[in-house]
Design a protein around this ligand. Sequence first.
Ligand code: GTP
Ligand code: MG
Length: 554
Amino acid sequence: MAARGVGRLTCLPLCSQRSSRVLRSISRHLSCPGTVAAKVRNEEQPPRGAKTGFEDRTLKKRFSEVQKERREQAQRTVLIHCPNNINEKKFLKYLSQHGPINNHFFYESIGLYAVVEFCQKDSINSLQNGTHTPSLSTEATIPFKSRFLNLKLKNPSNQISEQSFAHTNNQLPPSSKKLFELLNYAESIDDQLNTLLNAFQLTEENVRLRHLTCSLIEDIAAAYFPGCVIWPFGSSVNTFGKLGCDLDMFLDLDEVGKLNVHKNTGNFLMEFQVKNVPSERIATQKILSVIGECLDNFGPGCVGVQKILNARCPLVRFSHQASGFQCDLTANNSIALKSSELLYIYGSLDSRVRALVFSVRCWARAHSLTSSIPGAWITNFSLTVMVIFFLQRRSPPILPTLDSLKSLAELLLKEFFEYYGNFAFNKNSINIRQGKEQNKPDSSPLYIQNPFETSLNISKNVSQNQLQKFVELARDSAWILEQKEKNQPSPSSRQPWGLAALLMPPGPHHTSLSRKKKKKPMSEKVKGLLATIKSNSTDSFAGTPGKRTISTKA
Ligand code: GTP
Ligand code: MG
């Protein structure tokens, strides 16, 4: 069943929701508990989805403020690989020798890990001072001292007997089977949209882990550039991230200069002697190349490091094994941080924005309109901008009548598909800076103006075929949603309906549906699709392997 609170919010007019949000108590986040025992008692986890990385209190704050707070929190935090049979109370007691602990959680990746946030940064030094560099008999080690640690039990049998194992926090999206069950038991498409949002959005713990991972990488980069900052950007921080999405990072060297600006007083200006290179791009490539080497050679848990320096935006890609994140590290990319802030602001204006974006993203992924591999497909970023543009263009965007409020939220998804199913992509571009359609300045199939670099198209990569596929699926999906109003099956029938029907990935019937599109009228084609979905419903709903499983990867 969908979260009722969120469902009700979706029925409020766009502009009134901001003022109606209630600030939650922030004492839990600011206070340090007195005792470890009290801490363990208080660490009961709320139900999945009840607590997220983007609570109301967070949304009230400026983006930069939130990012600074998170960074500071991450700097007081360590990541510890633990034995599977760890006793939570003993573990916390052991660590609290180094100072009070503010927050902790365990999660499973390849092994068991603990994220432990101390109240004070000094505790980290104390902990590191008492930490050994392992000596291996067969291999040599690189004695790099980071905040990613390994805990071993001195006497494993003692710990097992107490049977007080750590409770683990889930970092993965729900299985497709679970998702379809949740969606089918919702009461309306509005409920389904919010169910999907609650199931996929980043949790508070996942957000902490993302900031901690950036902080660990920052320690490595700081070996070359003391005072640098590594900021997360993209869907990790713009409130549109799905569990499992990649971690985009930006190495900010401007912060280095800012630290000392106030000392430059008097008649002289002191500058560093530096090496000059012909362009900013070359400077970025050189810096990323060196950091990439460092990650590869010294970064604990950083594997599969690839330097992709000739890309339009040079980057270093790697996997951070312990957190499970696929990371993209860029530099000289402050525009991307601005785009993240812009999306964050749009996402916090109205809860329906995020619910709609999540559904559209999941729909696009289920139909392979988006992919984790770069190519001619629409990106999640472009899709999000398209949703924002649609909401800007929707009429009326504000203060609908009371009668229309209830159906408004579920109408949005259908209208989104109708809007883009009929959009004049051949001549018009999407421009969220001005909120209006404009003539396309070039012949790219899909033209979405970059809001900050207005001469650029953020969807330049998208091919005519991919756009055509998007438009056809949007039209079909609008039709399917319209049928729901006339003909909604009961939950006990276990037939996918509404959003669940939209998320069914294409089967063989779907390909032929698209190919035959030009010959048959729309309604017949979609009726054919629905009939196939219904006839397959029981098996496919249970996620038959290899046939109708939806991808849960962002
Ligand atoms: P997912 O990772 O797919 O969940 O979404 P994302 O928004 O993080 O997208 P992605 O990882 O592809 O890109 C990260 C961020 O880079 C985006 O959120 C944008 O801020 C920025 N970005 C991506 N593509 C473009 C582009 O074509 N132009 C510009 N200016 N920025 C882009
Ligand atoms: Mg991303």
